[in-house]
Design a protein around this ligand. Structure first.
Ligand code: ARG
Ligand code: ZN
Length: 850
């Protein structure tokens, strides 16, 4: 389709709004089915533009009355807003009263209800479902909010201004766009604390939860305080209000939201206790609390001019939260985990029909662009910037950014200009990272002559939808050289590549070195080295760079699987030997050793096979991965008791990185042991576990072993009243079961009384987990595809945003054999043909089918 549909929005069409908003007064009269919202907004002509089109966005709101400067007006009302033809060309006050229906709002966007509690989600364009407003991020205003209702707790942004019986008022002194507006009202209790900023401001901290969840707050609160301190110490950023509120909400489309002074969290992203949360949950919660808190400066004080600039706040804030986690925990382990995630979620996106630049140039529904590309690749781009200019220049540039742009709505051009001005460097070529989609492929060849060692790189980015030709990008390539005995002869050096092909010389080398390339994953590319099993095993044994050492193991495992599948080879002995040496090396961090034991995902293997012109067979991939797992268990059998002993997990539980690493290694050993004993050790571990990390790890082993019936029942009986734990129960038994059980199980669990279509966490725990069972989803009969499509159609009618996000499993559909391709295409076409499909879903499906 060349012709853009009429609802496509383009970056190139940006125009400022014709009016400035000076301030906003809102009154909410809360009622589940008929909430009244009264607004009083002061507008003034915007001197930066001559267009004076007074159009206010508004959706699903019923206008009761409107006034300009106190006199009633009758604006023209359309499905997406309100227009006044003769708005004054001078400052004026606009007032409106509207009615909305939060109880019927199943899309969870705008004002909605979750278990009797009122809450909001306005990013990106949800405020227009609350009242008529110029709902765009470049319109910034101060808000005063009055909430009327008979609920014990009623919160909004900023500082509390006044309150009485049945009402509360809030005032936010910092001008903000409407997407940062928030309101919460309900029966809530606070876990309270206090923080004093570097310059002495006392801040009240509250974590609001439903009664009964009080014991799950302490960890989140500590994470918040650590984040506040860290942002002062590392970025010089202080908090700017007297109170910081966080609220946990059960029904939430995303992880969390950075509303000014009132962050709203999916309860899964903030509530934690040792009995109910895994180590991975604790780490994720700490990171999300940090992420939302860091948005106060990168997002709120400095926001985005328009939604195409989303990566300006998200890429930078993800980068900042990764730095924070690296500082709080282990930097190498965090880096490896981030790359695992990038390769699993962003690479498939960048290499398939949904590929889009970090800064997209058009969209139909912006909610579809809260993607791994914008977030995670966006963060990688910041990491490269920092690597290229160096830490000091990065700090200088960030200071300039905060100083120059505080209070503004900015663009990527503004952001890059700050780096140009702070460092004197020309950023025009680097900017391609924001405009070109696709993962660059970097190939490398080497030579050694007369004592000079030469590395020659070639970069090439395959075409992506709408972008046939790609220009070379700036690639920071971190390289180290090792001697033949494994000693480091050239420490990590940053090579800066900017051409399509480029060579780098290392003179005066007495011997031909072994290169360690792309250390720390210094650029988000696919590295194509001529496969050299011996060199890879050498790097696995000797590389001083933890990322590359880990990646060498991954490559050996990957090549083993490919050879097993395509040549009927046996699991690679050099890989198994290398792993055996590493996992028993007590000098290494247990968390790192646990990562060494994990293999590539089945989906990753499918992608590699596809690239090498083999049609991936999901069942063969599953069988080979099992064979490799069994071989690993057999090879490590004699080491497992020692590994488990040395990682003594009986100490009183603490979620710190040290203990978590030990539990990760212990659990990895348990999972190998289960391949040998059929589940005896896992059953014992399950029965004696006193924390969720071990309990769930043991249960996962039993599910994989097919010995899960009693344990699943016991787990359910124990945890049936805890929603977040039950989400794990649903998800894990579907994702980890044998492929042939996945669909029957998922079907069966959709009939479980606790399956709830309207709760995004639960829906993802069942339907989303099913798509994660690679061979189960890709069943040869195509029924897995039909199952997913059917549920996405059902959900779309209620919650388009969550439904559309869950189309991702279809993005690799062209990789598979003709039958599977036909079934996936038919499933997508079935979705496309559904009457009244949401804009979210129809955009996703049309991109997938394009
Ligand atoms: N800004 C939120 C964050 O910190 C996410 C909001 C997502 N909103 C959406 N409509 N998808 O990541
Ligand atoms: Zn964010």
């Amino acid at each position: 389709m060349k012709d853009a549909s009429p609802t496509t929005v383009y970056l190139k069409d940006y125009e400022p709004f014709g009016y400035l908003v000076e301030d906003v007064h809102l009154t909410f009269r809360l009622a589940p089915n008929a909430t009244r919202v009264l607004s009083r907004i002061r507008f003034a002509p915007n001197p930066a533009t001559k267009t004076r089109d007074f159009f206010l966005n508004g959706e699903n709101v019923t206008l009761i009355s409107a006034k300009i400067d106190g006199a009633g007006v009758a604006p023209e009302i359309t499905a997406d807003g309100l227009r006044l033809e003769d708005a004054p060309d001078a400052p004026f006050t606009f007032e409106a009263e509207v009615e909305i229906d939060p109880a019927e709002n199943t899309a969870l966007e705008g004002l909605y209800m979750s278990n009797g509690m009122y809450c909001t989600q306005c990013e990106a364009e949800g405020f227009r479902k609350i009242t008529y407003y110029p709902d765009r991020p470049d319109v910034m205003a101060t808000f005063t909010v009055r909430i009327e209702g008979d609920l014990p707790v009623m919160l909004s942004n900023g500082n509390p201004a006044a309150s009485g019986e049945g009402w509360a008022e809030w005032h936010d002194p910092w001008p903000k766009p409407s997407y940062l507006f928030a309101l919460v009202a309900g029966e809530l209790v606070a876990h309270e604390d206090r923080f004093t900023t570097a310059s002495g401001r006392a801040v009240d901290l509250n974590l609001w939860v439903r009664p009964g969840d009080e014991h799950k707050c302490a960890f989140g609160m500590e994470a918040l305080k650590k984040s506040m301190r860290w942002d002062e110490e590392v970025y010089g950023r202080e908090y700017d209000l007297d109170v910081f509120n966080i609220v946990a909400v059960d029904d939430f489309n995303m992880g969390a939201m950075e509303n000014k002074g009132l962050n709203i969290f999916n309860s899964a992203a903030v509530l934690a206790s040792p009995e109910t949360s895994t180590d991975a949950n604790f780490e994720r919660i700490e990171a999300i609390i940090a992420h939302e808190y860091f948005h106060n400066w990168t997002g709120n004080r400095i926001t985005c001019r328009d939604w195409f600039q989303l990566c300006l706040k998200e890429g930078l804030t993800v980068f900042r939260d990764s730095q924070f986690t690296a500082d709080m925990r282990s930097a190498p382990v965090k880096r490896i985990s981030d790359v695992i995630d990038l390769r699993a979620r962003q690479f498939p996106e960048d290499q398939g029909p949904l590929a889009h630049p970090v800064r997209p140039e058009s969209f139909q529904e912006i909610n579809n662009f809260y993607t791994a590309t914008v977030y995670e690749k966006g963060a990688e781009v910041i990491g490269m910037l920092k690597r290229l200019v160096g830490d000091e220049a990065y700090a200088k540039a960030l200071d300039l950014h905060f100083e120059r742009h505080d209070g503004q709505a900015c663009t990527i051009e503004d952001w890059l200009r700050v780096f140009e001005d702070a460092t004197g460097r020309d950023m025009s070529q680097f900017k391609r990272w924001y405009s070109q989609a696709g993962t660059p492929r970097l190939s490398v060849a080497d030579s050694y002559e007369n004592g000079t060692y030469t590395l020659t790189f070639r970069q090439h980015t395959p075409p992506t939808p709408g972008q046939d030709q790609k220009a070379p990008q700036v690639l920071p390539i971190a390289v180290g050289l090792l001697g033949q005995n494994g000693e480091e002869i050239v420490p990590t050096t940053l090579l800066e590549m900017s051409e399509a092909e480029q060579s780098f010389d290392f003179p005066n080398m007495a011997q031909r070195p072994v290169p360690s390339i792309l250390r720390g994953f210094s650029a988000p590319v696919v590295l194509e080295q001529c496969w050299d099993a011996e060199r890879t095993a050498f790097l696995l044994a000797h590389d001083t760079d933890p990322f590359n050492r880990w990646d060498a193991g991954r490559q050996l495992a990957r090549e083993s699987l490919v050879a097993q599948i395509t040549e009927g080879a046996a699991p690679d002995a050099s890989y198994l030997d290398g792993i055996a040496t590493l996992v028993s090396d007590e000098a290494l961090d247990p968390a790192f050793r646990a990562l060494m034991l994990s293999g590539p995902t089945q989906s990753e293997i499918a992608q590699i096979l596809h690239e090498r012109r083999h049609t991936p067979d999901p069942d063969a991939i599953f069988t080979s991965a099992e064979a490799l797992g069994d071989a690993k268990a057999a090879r490590l059998e004699h080491l497992l008791p020692a590994i488990k002993d040395a990682t003594e997990i009986r100490a009183p539980y603490s979620p710190d990185a040290d203990q978590a690493g030990k539990r990760a290694l212990w659990s990895a050993a348990l999972s190998l042991e289960t391949r040998l004993d059929g589940g005896a050790a896992a059953t014992a571990a399950f029965e004696s576990a006193d924390n969720m990390t071990i309990q769930l790890a043991a249960l996962t082993c039993l599910v994989r072993a097919g010995a899960d019936e009693d344990a699943l029942a016991a787990f359910e009986a124990q945890w049936k009243d805890d929603r977040l734990v039950m989400d794990k129960w649903f998800a894990m038994q579907i994702a980890a079961t044998a492929p042939e059980n996945a669909l029957p199980r998922a079907r069966h669990l959709t009939e479980h009384p606790a399956f709830d279509l309207k709760n995004p966490n639960r829906f993802r725990a069942v339907i989303g987990a099913f798509a994660m069972n690679h061979a189960g989803f890709h069943r040869a009969d195509g029924e897995g595809y039909d199952f997913l499509a059917g549920w996405l159609i059902t959900l779309d009618a209620k919650n388009p945003q969550t439904a559309a996000r869950m189309c991702a499993p279809f993005q690799s559909w062209t990789r598979y054999d003709a039958d599977r391709r036909a079934s996936m295409k038919a499933a997508l076409e079935r979705i496309a043909a559904t009457p009244d499909l949401s804009r979210d879903m129809s955009e996703m499906v049309s991109r997938l089918l394009a």
